[in-house]
Each structure stands twice: as structure tokens, then as C-alpha cells.
Ligand binder design. Structure first.
Ligand code: ATP
Ligand code: MG
Length: 556
């Protein structure tokens, strides 16, 4: 699904930077990541974070973290804090202090005065509908506002009155005077300031006029000496406005002023990627919160057991381009598997247990066995596991009669090796009233601990197990795609497309050492997939989130 041209275009920003350094336009590279604190960050933001911080690292430059906080109504400190945490967790450090667009409110105001004084901005009283009608369409040029020719003097007074709170919300706006017949609608006298009597999380009630994104963003970039301002493709037309503002503001109109470059946003299959839609999932209770392990948020991925290295590797694999595409979930999960295969310690867990009684094992006896934490990495050490007369195995690993010769699990009369322990043979079993198997009776070969049977019998299969007396009862939460369709975001009622089986939970058993497992650190549960410990601990029960399966299950 992913466009192969991504590979070809991978370096268009990098090329631009190299060119700008080579011809002396810039000596140092400064980028920024500019989130609006109106939600939690998602994997799309991670693409932008890895790009901006990554370029700064590669070119020994700097990257700022700037909160684009010009819309107090939707923003909050909770979001500011979560964003800081997510950026750091991904492994990046911003240059110096955190910045806020709101730090520059006074400068934006002065810039607006400068434009008014140059006859390039005016106060306009058209209401929302009138403004729309005057704006025109892609096919039809716009009409000049009747307020376009107010004198500079009067505009200065009116704007100061706006700032002083003399007008009500929506009564008027400050607009740039550009060109109502421009083929780019964003150039048809865009608004610069609107009135809002909201409390702002940084500036309190100091201001009742707030700048629009296009006006505030380029000026913030210029103040911070950003060299390459990277944003997503939907701002392509707005680049003209970005340039227009900086070219018409005396102090910013320098040859080395910032320039904007656009790349395509990340869209991931089977999920939504806009903060507004994610917020709706949270508020309407479709998920347990912004950090629900099914959410594509960074906090959701962290809780699911993703590692920062896997997410950075994913960003590298998808590269950047100017082609809009849908990215296959497999690419994200492959990056994760490749990382976890190396870093995740091995352990055993039984998700859907049946009891096995080893009839020839001594009563009241338990032995400890040392098992490697990683088959290819001795430095990860060993752990203690247990073996006794009673163990649990997964229901899937037993059947009464082996269906064919290739069957490599346990069946009556057949032998199988228990991972890290002995060879056992099933003798018989019990069922409940519904015919479900409850207990399997087996015998073990006591000469087979870490050895093949002495008589040369070949044991084909290996299954995992957990010793019963030391096992820790555990809730396993197994996740599937959150939505049933590939691109739920394009449907109006996307919430109707939620996968009802996106979370299935079972009660099973873990090895005892999972009691001390670090939150969100993934382990490979042999043969069952990667899992990590969740923060939930209902009535003291251990909860394990399935991070990802051992192999890709999306393509079937
Ligand atoms: P959303 O539409 O999800 O609310 P946004 O663009 O409004 O996202 P911002 O907080 O304004 O969110 O974004 C901060 C930065 O992250 C911007 O530079 C934006 O271009 C980038 N970004 C946001 N979503 C994506 C995405 N899906 N892929 C790549 N970059 C993204
Ligand atoms: Mg936004």
C-alpha cells in the first residue's frame, strides 16, 4: 500500500538543507516541532517529531519545542504536560526552554500595528456569513469588503479598541489587505486577529484578541530563527501567506528568514489520526482514555508496549514524501517486532489454561530450573522457573487425537517437549458437562531435562507451560484493529465502524517473576506474542497487554 516513490523522495528536505548550507544561506540549522496543546500526540505527530528533531541532530543543529497556543478555548495544561512527556519519551531533547507562541503575543500585536500603518491591514465588521460570501470561490473571485478603505488612523484606533475589549466576540476582526481576486483563497484578505474573552492557560486574561495560525506561525518561526519550517501538505497554499507576512514585516524580511516546506501527513490504516476524532473516541467512551492501548496516540502505544526505538525506526522506514498515501499497519508492527525480538526478554504465559497432572512426578515436590532470558543473548541472563506435578498449558496445545502426522503439540499417547523442561506424554483427560477439556493426565520422562531421550526417540514439538503452584493469575488483554474499515476517518459516523472485538480479555497464568515486571516493558511470551504489564490492577490481578503478535497477522 505504501507508495514506493517515498523512497525516491525521501531526502527532499535534506537536500534543501544541504544546498542552503553549501551556498551559505544558513550556517546552522534550526527546526521546530509546533504542536497545539489541544489533545494528546499521535503517531502522525511522531513522524513530524522524528523528522524535525532528526534533521537537527543530523546537521548538528537545534530543534525547538513550541506550543502553538493561540486558541485558548480548546487548549489546556494537561495537554501541554502530556506532549512534553511524549517528546522526551521518544528520545528527543528540545533546545533550551520550552517556547510558547503566547510568549510572543506582544510582538504579534506590534507586527499587526506595523501592517496597519503600512495600509496592509484593516478592521472588518462583516459577519461570518458575509465574509464567506465576499470571499468568492475557486471559480469566482472575491469582492472587497466595504471596510477595506477605512483610513490607517481609524484602523489603528479600532484595533487598539479591539485589544482594549471595546468590542464583543465576533463583532469584528483584523484582516490583512492582500488580494480578493487571488487564485489562492487564503490570500483573499485573511483574518489576522479575532476577539475571544477566554482564559488562556499561559497568559490568563491579559488578552482578548488572539492571532490566527497563519499570522502567528511564521512570525514565531522568524523570532526563533527557524531555518526550515516543516509542515504537512494541507498548508501548501498557505506558504504564500507565510512568505507575504515575513516579506512585509521590516525586521523579518531578511534573506535568511525561515522558509516553509511541506511533506505528506501520515495516515495509518484501520485508525483515525485527528485529535478531534481521537478526543471524540475518549469523550464518548469508545476507549478507556487517550492512553487506551488501542489508540494511535503516543501514550496509547507506550501503554501497549511499543518502544521509542521502534517508533523512530518506523519513521525512518516510511520516510517523507509529497505523496498522500495510507500506510500499512504492518510497517509499524514490523518495526516493533524487529526491535522487540532483540530487546524483549523471554517468558512463558498461558492465556487459556488447562491443567496437566504429571502422574509419575513425586507428590509435594517442586523443582527450580534455570531458563535463559534470551536464546541469542546470554548477557540477558537467566531466570528461575518451576516444575512440579501440576502445570498449566494452553488449551490450543492439546487435542485428544492428533489430526495428522505433522501435529506438533500434545495428544493422547503422543509426546511433546515442555519448553525449558521435560518431555511429557498424555495418557488421558477429563471434560466438564459441556465436553470442554479440564484436566489432562500425563507422564514425564525424568531423563529429558535439557537432554534428548536416551533411547533416541525423536520429539517433534515444543510447547510452553507454567507450573501451577507458582503461577500468577493474570488477565490478558488481546487487542485487534480498532476499526473495521481501512480508512474510517473518511466516514461521517466513524464511531459506528469500531471493531466490537478490538479488545478480548482472558484469564490465564504468568510465571512468578512477572509480579515485578516494569510497566509497559514488553516480554516475549514464547509462542504467544509480545506482552507488557498494564497499569491496571483490578482487585490485585496482574494485567498484561498484548503488544503485538510474533508474526504478521494483518495480511491474512
Ligand atoms: P490533528 O489534525 O491531528 O489535530 P494538527 O496538525 O492539528 O493535527 P498540530 O498540533 O497542529 O496538530 O501538529 C503539530 C505538528 O505535527 C504540525 O507540524 C503538523 O504538521 C504535524 N502533524 C500533525 N499530524 C500529522 C500527521 N498525521 N503526519 C505528520 N505530521 C503531522
Ligand atoms: Mg492543528
Amino acid at each position: 500500500m505504501t507508495d514506493t516513490s517515498e523512497v525516491v523522495h525521501k531526502n527532499f528536505v535534506r537536500n534543501q538543507i544541504q544546498e542552503d548550507l553549501a551556498n551559505g544561506l544558513h550556517t546552522d540549522i534550526v527546526t521546530r516541532f509546533p504542536p497545539e496543546p489541544n489533545g494528546y500526540l499521535h503517531i502522525g505527530h511522531a513522524k513530524s517529531i522524528c523528522l524535525n528533531f532528526g534533521l537537527a541532530n543530523d546537521f548538528s543543529g537545534k530543534c525547538n519545542l513550541r506550543f502553538d497556543d493561540t486558541n485558548p478555548a480548546k487548549e489546556s495544561i494537561e495537554f501541554v504536560e502530556s506532549i512534553k512527556q511524549d517528546v522526551q519519551w521518544l528520545g528527543f531533547n528540545w533546545d533550551g526552554e520550552i517556547r510558547y507562541s503566547s510568549d510572543y503575543f506582544q510582538i504579534f500585536y506590534e507586527c499587526a500595528l506595523e501592517l496597519i500603518k503600512k495600509g496592509l491591514a484593516y478592521v472588518c465588521y462583516l459577519d461570518a456569513k458575509q465574509t464567506r460570501d465576499y470571499r468568492g470561490t475557486l471559480k469566482e473571485v472575491g469582492k472587497n469588503s466595504p471596510y477595506r478603505d477605512t483610513t490607517i488612523e481609524e484602523n489603528l484606533n479600532l484595533f487598539k479598541e479591539m485589544k482594549a475589549g471595546k468590542f464583543s466576540e465576533g463583532e469584528c476582526v483584523l484582516r490583512a489587505k492582500i488580494d480578493m481576486s487571488s487564485p489562492f483563497i487564503c490570500m483573499r484578505d485573511p483574518a489576522l486577529y479575532r476577539i475571544r474573552f477566554d482564559h488562556h492557560h499561559q497568559t490568563g486574561n491579559n488578552w482578548c484578541i488572539y492571532p490566527m495560525y497563519d499570522f502567528a506561525h511564521c512570525i514565531s518561526d522568524a523570532i526563533e530563527g527557524i531555518t526550515h519550517s516543516l509542515c504537512t501538505l494541507e498548508f501548501q497554499d498557505n506558504r504564500r501567506l507565510y512568505d507575504w507576512f515575513l516579506e512585509h514585516l521590516e525586521r523579518f524580511n531578511q534573506p535568511n528568514r525561515p522558509h516553509q516546506y511541506e511533506f505528506s501527513r501520515l495516515n495509518l490504516e484501520y485508525t483515525v489520526m485527528s485529535k478531534r476524532k481521537l478526543q471524540q473516541l475518549v469523550e464518548d467512551g469508545f476507549v478507556s482514555g487517550w492512553d487506551d492501548p488501542r489508540m494511535p496516540t503516543i501514550s496509547g502505544l507506550r501503554r501497549r508496549g511499543y518502544t521509542p526505538a521502534a517508533i523512530r525506526d518506523f519513521a525512518e522506514r516510511i520516510g517523507i514524501s509529497k505523496v498522500d498515501s495510507m500506510t500499512d499497519m504492518k510497517i509499524l508492527e514490523d518495526a516493533l517486532r524487529d526491535n522487540l525480538n532483540i530487546v524483549a526478554p523471554r517468558t512463558m504465559g498461558v492465556l487459556d489454561p488447562i491443567r496437566v497432572i504429571i502422574e509419575n512426578y513425586p507428590q509435594d515436590s517442586i523443582e527450580t530450573i534455570s531458563a535463559p532470558n534470551h536464546p541469542q543473548n546470554e548477557s540477558m541472563g537467566e531466570r528461575e522457573i518451576f516444575f512440579s506435578r501440576e502445570i498449566f498449558i494452553d488449551r490450543d496445545d492439546f487435542c485428544e487425537v492428533a489430526p495428522n502426522n505433522k501435529y506438533k503439540r500434545l495428544s493422547v499417547g503422543k509426546e511433546v517437549r515442555l519448553r525449558n523442561a521435560y518431555v511429557i506424554k498424555a495418557i488421558t483427560f477429563d471434560t466438564d458437562f459441556d465436553g470442554n477439556i479440564t484436566t489432562v493426565y500425563a507422564e514425564y520422562d525424568k531423563e529429558t531435562l535439557g537432554k534428548n531421550p536416551i533411547d533416541g526417540r525423536k520429539i517433534k514439538g515444543v510447547i510452553h507451560f507454567v507450573e501451577a503452584s507458582q503461577a500468577v493469575q493474570t488477565e490478558f488483554r488481546v487487542y485487534d484493529r480498532l476499526f473495521l474499515t481501512e480508512n474510517p476517518g473518511k466516514h461521517d459516523k466513524f464511531e459506528e465502524l469500531i471493531n466490537p472485538n478490538s479488545l478480548v480479555s482472558t484469564i490465564g497464568f504468568c510465571e512468578r517473576n512477572m509480579i515485578g515486571a516494569e510497566l509497559y516493558k514488553s516480554f516475549q511470551f514464547e509462542r504467544n506474542g509480545y506482552f507488557c504489564r498494564d497499569k491496571d490492577n483490578d482487585e490485585g490481578m496482574l494485567v498484561m497487554n498484548k503488544t503485538v503478535s510474533l508474526r504478521d497477522t494483518w495480511s491474512n
